[in-house]
Ligand binder design. Sequence first.
Ligand SMILES: [Zn+2]
Length: 481
Amino acid sequence: MIRLDPTLAPRRFRRTCAAAVIALTLGHAALGADEARVELERPVRVSLRTEGRSTPMRGEITAWKYGAFWLERPGADAAIRIGWDEIGAKTAYETARRILGRDDAVGYFRLGVEMLVMDDPKQARRAFDYAVQQDSAILADTKNAMTLWETGADPVEAFEAMQTRAGADPVGEGVTGERSTEENRYQPPTPEDDSQAAQGTAPWKPLGPEERERAIEVQRQYAATAGLDLHHNQRLVIETDHFIMATDLSEAEARRWSGQLEVMYATMLEMFELPEETTLYAGKCNVFVFASQGDFLRFEERAMGINAKGFGGLCHYRGEDVIISFYRYGSEADFQHLLIHESVHGFLYRYRTPARIPTWINEGLAEYIAAYLTPASNRSREEWNSAKNFVNRRKDPIDVMRNFYGDRKDRTLNESYSVSSMLVRFLLKHRPAEFRQWLDDLTTGADWEQAMRQRFGVDAARLSEGFSQDIRSETSYTGLR
Ligand SMILES: [Zn+2]
């Protein structure tokens, strides 16, 4: 069955990867994901119940950031860090209100997003309503956050989209460099954070020849009509073996990018040692490329119900279908990198099962393949530099593995893409066969670290150490091919 009507797709299958452009537009700059800790001028006295404690914790909140705050208790020498999610959405909301300035519209918006992360839409709406009262321009962002949450995507992306829009020049000047050095200490994940198996681990059902033909027919139709308005009446539909591209670019450009998608597909098949004739998609993969950002945004709004401001490309997962959309962003190399990055996500979604691959592995592999196929881009070298700086500052790659924002722990670090990409490079460089087997394990819903111990004989801490040593010992970057 092909489901192209978004309302028919089961919620657990509706996810969107919107991450790539964040890294591409901003280089390695932060996106608000690793927000700085804010010291409070006047500490706020509280009495809080936290999970797993029978008596309330009393003390003063002296500093906070999104995700956590610091509580100084009477008689204790250091403030302790407490995650907002440890005190429950309602208490977190009431406590944050005492910290936020009355007219801090963005703060209330972010608080609402935090409430969605805690799966409390009621508190989220309260916060959003207040934010919109303070600044009506935030309305669209609050809607975006609700939509993301409702569709099973990460609502934090709405905040990031807002920040990208507010702070970023799309070509990324002036936003490189490092942010606050606030330590992002590793917190052991709680069992409910382990959502790897949540996306279903039943293998995709292969389509028979007739079913496949019918599916492709529906996808062709979709390519020609989805999100169409008067702006899009010049749409050209080009079909290759595995992709149906709908675009308003010239035919020559469309052929070129379709060709790149097929190269990506063939590379991935080779990497996974799958036969050339493998048809992974349920039919084909729908790809939309718009010449202008405005048309891309209109398409996203109309066809997907998503406010895609701040993004250059999105990979939508709709039941059995993968739909990828872009606008023709940046230089040729930048665009090709983005095109391949997003389509690797689409490939992984259709690889064996829809099980969710942990963010650092998914993003790392997407970055790796994109860099491998885009030698003209400097991106991999930049990532190498960024990851090397990261370990030289004695930061622990394990924080990236555990905290990359898609995993909803403590948000993304500045270097999350770089470190993930280089971790994948490291694993593939030394143990390509095991890497493949390990990915297969992940598609069955296996815990990545447990599977890693079995396949590679190391745990995350050992991988982190080995990787750090390896990249420190490299005196210069060596290309991937
Ligand atoms: Zn991505």
